[in-house]
Design a protein around this ligand. Structure first.
Ligand code: NDP
Length: 511
């Protein structure tokens, strides 16, 4: 908002021509005070109406509702022995960041406080190009075969006939895809309804590689742990706020940053050698499993701080595009099938939503000194100069292109992707586990129930209430399947949920 002392900007049309009045349409007049018909020549009127009809872009099919901000990442601990990534090297090294934290299932205008996983995305603008982290606030995921991704998300959304969010679909999906039990345990703990986005963690879930100078690598999981703590709402508070103050989390983050109360997160990593991975109890490419801290302790790396609100939500946050495929040298993907699929799906979603040149938008534009990608040319809304007269074909002898020295295992041998010394085991291992659900899938869910929730007063009771309330709103045909699934975590848990659901049924009948 301009203050009184700021000169008023002179209004123009979008092409720059000054224009007399933005508030009235052009009308025919014969010179008398009586004004008649409107005119088709009224460019301003036509542009105003036509642009309004087009001002919405496709909403993200998941993660539509979000809040975000600009910030800074600073290295606090040296990990130069693990990775060549320059933004992770040198204590005190700082990089500009853009973050976006979202719910997953509901639409753009939905309430902030509903029970859901939170997407936790971060773009780090480094001298070697952008590094995107597209994480969640829970450390595991509901599936491990990417072909189930659309099904999973549809089951959390609206029924195709009624257009109502449908808990029957939700349990029908999860009862029959029980590899999601660990993620369900986290979703229905009180962390499923965080107090604000300042109070959630960001977990990579996926296993990545950190690659060092000689091309050797270690497997890592990234954890951004909130320095505000992990405060939560009860189910009742979250429901009340969804009605009374649906923008609660958006306002909380905006007001905190505006007041200079900058939220921050500590980045830590868990590090595993390829040799350890080979014999580890858990398949490290299975996104439904964590690495227990006792096995692989968190090692601090740096600090992320949000320090600036977006100047304009649409320009900075809605147009932001994050992808797990956006990586700098020194960080590399693994055989995790969900990661592999996301590396295709996220840029594809951005091309559909924002257009083929979305990387050129100011919020996504790399801050590297040089961006030279001349074989990616033309397309709607090219705004980077389009590489002038430079060749748009490879291997021009007239205008040769030079290449950076190989710096990671993936590009060392001219783009031949070679598995590391200890990685060939991984191929068969990945294929075998994806579709089978076994008792092993319930082990970490059980540890969470007993060791984590059991150690915090009232948390097991809250969990049972949170799940039971949701199951009770579904049709009875799916109840037994859900009780059976939770009984596989522990028989007591299944029984407690059954009792709570039946109690809720009686309560509703008495209303
Ligand atoms: P630890 O006791 O070392 O860690 C327990 C973890 O649980 C901590 O990371 C903690 O988060 C998180 N936690 C605590 N309370 C809740 C809650 N109400 N809802 C969700 N998460 C909570 O145990 P382990 O590493 O051996 O893991 C035990 C279980 O904890 C796992 O099976 C998994 O379900 C869960 N967990 C494990 C994580 C991991 O990476 N190892 C990460 C998150 C959950 P915080 O870090 O904020 O203290």
């Amino acid at each position: 908002m301009g203050s009184v002392s700021t000169p008023s900007p002179v209004y123009t049309l979008a092409e720059g021509a000054p224009y007399a009045d933005s508030t009235t349409a052009q009308r025919f007049s014969d010179g008398s005070p009586v004004k008649g018909l409107m005119l088709l020549q009224d460019t301003q009127l036509i542009e105003t109406l036509a642009h309004f009809s087009r001002e919405r872009i496709p909403e993200r099919v998941v993660h539509a509702r979000a809040v975000g901000g600009w910030g800074e990442f600073e290295v606090t601990h040296d990990i130069s022995h693990l990775t060549t990534a320059k933004f992770l090297n040198g204590i005190g090294t700082k990089s500009k960041t853009l973050s976006r934290i979202s719910t997953v299932g509901p639409e753009r205008g939905s309430a902030d406080t509903i029970r859901d996983v939170r997407g936790w995305s971060l773009k780090i603008f480094t001298e070697e190009g952008n590094q995107d982290f597209v994480f969640n606030d829970i450390p595991v995921f509901f599936i491990r075969d990417p072909i189930k991704f659309p099904s999973l998300n549809r089951s959390h959304k609206r029924h195709p006939a009624t257009n109502i969010t449908d808990s029957t679909m939700f349990w029908d999906f999860h009862n029959n895809n029980q590899e999601g039990i660990h993620a369900l345990m986290l979703l229905f703990s009180d962390r499923g309804t965080p107090k604000s986005v300042r109070h959630v963690n960001g977990y990579s879930g996926h296993t990545y590689k950190l690659v060092s100078k000689d091309g050797s690598f270690n497997y890592v999981k990234f954890h951004f742990i909130s320095n505000q703590g992990n405060d939560t709402l009860t189910a009742a508070e979250a429901t009340r706020l969804a009605g009374e103050d649906p923008d609660n989390h958006t306002a909380d983050l905006h007001n905190s940053i505006a007041a200079g109360n900058f939220p921050s997160w500590t980045l830590s990593i868990q590090v595993m050698t390829p040799q350890q991975a080979e014999t580890y109890r858990w398949n490290i490419f299975d996104m439904t499993k964590v690495w227990p801290h006792a096995d692989f302790p968190l090692q601090p790396v740096g600090k992320l701080t949000f320090n600036k609100n977006p100047d304009n939500y649409f320009a900075d946050i809605e147009q932001a595009a994050f992808s797990p495929s956006t990586m700098v040298p020194g960080i590399a993907p693994t055989a995790d099938p969900i990661l592999q699929a996301r590396m295709f799906a996220y840029p594809d979603a951005a091309r559909y939503r924002l257009g083929v040149n979305y990387q050129q938008l100011p919020c996504n534009r790399a801050a590297a000194a040089t961006v030279y990608s001349p074989y990616q040319r033309d397309g709607a809304s090219t705004i980077n100069g389009n590489y002038g007269g430079d060749p748009n074909y490879v291997r021009s002898a007239l205008h040769p292109v030079s290449f950076a020295a190989a710096s990671s295992s993936s590009n060392k041998n001219k783009n031949v992707f070679t598995l590391g010394k200890h990685e060939t085991w991984a191929l068969g291992s990945v294929a075998e586990y994806t579709s089978e659900v076994t008792d092993e899938d319930f082990v970490q869910a059980r540890v969470f129930w007993k060791k984590v929730l059991g150690a915090q007063e009232g948390q097991q009771e809250h969990f049972v209430g949170n799940v039971a309330g949701h199951i009770a709103s579904a049709r009875e045909e799916v109840w037994e399947g859900a009780f059976d699934m939770f009984s596989r975590v522990t028989p007591d848990l299944g029984a407690a949920i059954r009792a709570a659901v039946l109690e809720e049924k009686v309560r509703k009948l008495q209303l």
